[in-house]
Design a protein around this ligand. Structure first.
Ligand SMILES: NC(=O)c1ccc[n+]([C@@H]2O[C@H](COP(=O)([O-])OP(=O)(O)OC[C@H]3O[C@@H](n4cnc5c(N)ncnc54)[C@H](OP(=O)(O)O)[C@@H]3O)[C@@H](O)[C@H]2O)c1
Length: 279
């Protein structure tokens, strides 16, 4: 009598695996990954399989919360106390030594070169001064974090991200570079410089397989957006939007996820505006 043979258990198809987890085990550094848009990006990239380095500058508890969300959600896979899928690293992006140590920490935590840098750290003066009322201190702070910080992250990432495929530099700029509203002079200027740098960087990275893009959100409901705004100011922003609502961090994160994936490779040297039609 023929012996009954149990049917082999179905194996996950590699193609299905890469569709479900397109960033499986790639390391992503997310500056400003502890709050707002960066937080949503950290969580989204983790859901696509990436290991995440959550950077912050001062508020460690928010960063720890994001890390524990990722590590708890992944507790059934390779994540554990000794083998976490997310870590937090305090570093001021405007300081070259701290940016270097951020990349060092990523390498030593995951024993792998990072593939992805998302630079979401940024500041905005909540007094919304005209350019002629902007203090030199506030101008310098804006350019120090938004522009110098982006520059330092670009430099480090260009030299240290994985080459030969999958390397990604994604920087948050702003649709304000397009809408050019009064009260945002220094801020829009700081982000315009970032957009110009990214477009040139993408060309300079020829031969490395690393792409460089900006994602430029319109108004997004985060602490940065609400700071210093009256209800009337918020209502005007909603009225102006063709979709009649404020953007949310979750409107932005999937666009970053796409750019970070292999499917996003052909988008290079671009500024992708994500604003519901605001500008
Ligand atoms: N929200 C909007 O409407 C909007 C629109 C267009 C573009 N953007 C851009 O999107 C990015 C994220 O904005 P958001 O609204 O998410 O801001 P947010 O809620 O204020 O969060 C800012 C994040 O950046 C970190 N950060 C600030 N200064 C830093 C520094 N020097 N070094 C390292 N990290 C620093 C903060 O960490 P700590 O908590 O430790 O300070 C925090 O994680 C920014 O680049 C912003 O310009 C925002």
């Amino acid at each position: 009598m023929a012996e009954s043979i149990a049917a082999p258990a179905p194996q996950p198809q590699p193609i299905l695996q890469s569709l479900l987890l397109p960033l499986q085990d790639r390391v992503a550094i997310v500056t400003g990954g502890s709050r707002g848009i960066g937080r949503a990006i950290s969580l989204h990239l983790a859901s696509l399989g990436a290991k995440i380095v959550i950077n912050y500058s001062s508020n460690s508890s928010e960063a720890d919360l994001v890390a524990s969300l990722i590590n708890t959600n992944n507790s059934s896979s390779s994540s554990s106390a000794g083998n976490p899928r997310a870590i937090t690293v305090k570093a001021d992006v405007s300081d070259p030594a701290q940016v270097k140590s951020l990349f060092d920490a990523a390498k030593s935590a995951f024993n792998s070169q990072p593939h992805i840098l998302v630079n979401s750290a940024g500041v905005l003066d909540p007094k919304y001064p005209t350019l002629f009322d902007t203090t030199l201190e506030e101008f310098d702070r804006t350019f120090s974090v938004n522009t110098r910080g982006a520059f330092l992250c670009f430099k480090e990432a260009s030299n240290r991200l994985k080459r030969g495929g999958g390397g990604r530099i994604i920087c948050l700029s702003s649709s304000m570079v397009g809408s050019l509203r009064p009260g945002y002079g220094a801020y829009a200027g700081s982000k315009a410089a970032v957009e110009a740098m990214v477009k040139i960087l993408a060309k300079e990275l020829k031969g490395t397989g690393i792409t460089a893009n900006c994602v430029a959100p319109g108004p997004i409901a985060t602490e940065m957006f609400f700071a210093g705004k009256t209800e009337e100011m918020v209502r005007r922003v909603v009225d102006e939007c063709p979709l009649s609502r404020l953007g949310e961090s979750k409107d932005v994160a999937p666009v970053v996820g796409f750019l970070a994936s292999d499917a996003g490779e052909w988008v290079n040297g671009q500024v992708v505006r994500v604003n519901g039609g605001y500008v």
